[in-house]
Write a protein that binds this ligand. Structure first.
Ligand SMILES: [Zn+2]
Length: 212
């Protein structure tokens, strides 16, 4: 018997999981568009251990991105919004995490080599964040602006008109874990986009789950 799954549209794909037998893992969005956005991590692989691998990725998405399990065993953000770009990045990072590594939320700061200073993001509440260099350093101001723009791109965040160092989530909710996750990639958005394309397309011609 073939089980027909109503998974909804596929949002993102890791065509060959580097940590589990090169299986394909995908993120789907089941459910109607007018309901709070909910996602499902899924594989068509029936290898022993595949279900545990999927559970680990889903757990990582909760810890690294602040998602919660919904009543239907799906994943959603507390605000109910889709946060589509951010959830794609979150899914890719969750799949990349080596299985032996403990899953911990990322801090809200990174060391920036170009400005030779730590750049931190302060959560000001209600979805508003401010990017700050922790020390005066040549070029730090420019790096802060670059990272703020990177967060806007990767997290589909909004600009704050009178302050280029502030960004906000349109939903009005704080998503601290998600900011920590996006912050790692915010200094180099182009590399993040290239990586996502590579992860989706690697071996895609032979991937049995490429059923669209
Ligand atoms: Zn939100």
């Amino acid at each position: 018997m073939t089980q027909v799954l109503d998974l909804g549209p596929r949002i993102e794909l890791v065509s060959m999981d580097p940590h589990f037998h090169d299986i394909s893992i995908a993120l789907y969005r089941p459910g109607p568009d007018n309901a709070p956005a909910a996602y499902k991590v899924h594989t068509y692989s029936h290898l022993p251990g595949a279900a545990e691998r999927i559970a680990r990725v889903a757990e990582a998405m909760q810890i690294l991105g602040g998602m919660e399990q919904t009543s239907d065993d799906l994943l959603g953000f507390p605000c109910g919004q889709a946060h589509m770009f951010a959830v794609k990045r979150l899914f890719l990072e969750a799949c990349k995490l080596p299985p032996a590594q403990p899953i911990e939320p990322r801090p809200l700061h990174i060391f920036d080599k170009k400005a030779n200073t730590t750049i931190a993001v302060a959560s000001l509440g209600q979805g508003l964040y401010e990017v700050r260099a922790t020390q005066q350093a040549p070029g730090a101001e420019r790096r802060v602006a670059t990272i703020a723009r990177g967060l806007i791109r990767l997290g589909e965040m909004e600009e704050v008109s009178d302050n280029p160092n502030q960004v906000r989530f349109g939903c009005g909710y704080s998503h601290d874990a998600l900011i920590g996750l996006l912050l790692v990639r915010a200094p180099n958005v182009r590399a993040a986009v290239r990586e996502a394309e590579a992860m989706a397309s690697r071996g895609v011609l032979s991937a049995p789950s490429n059923q669209e």
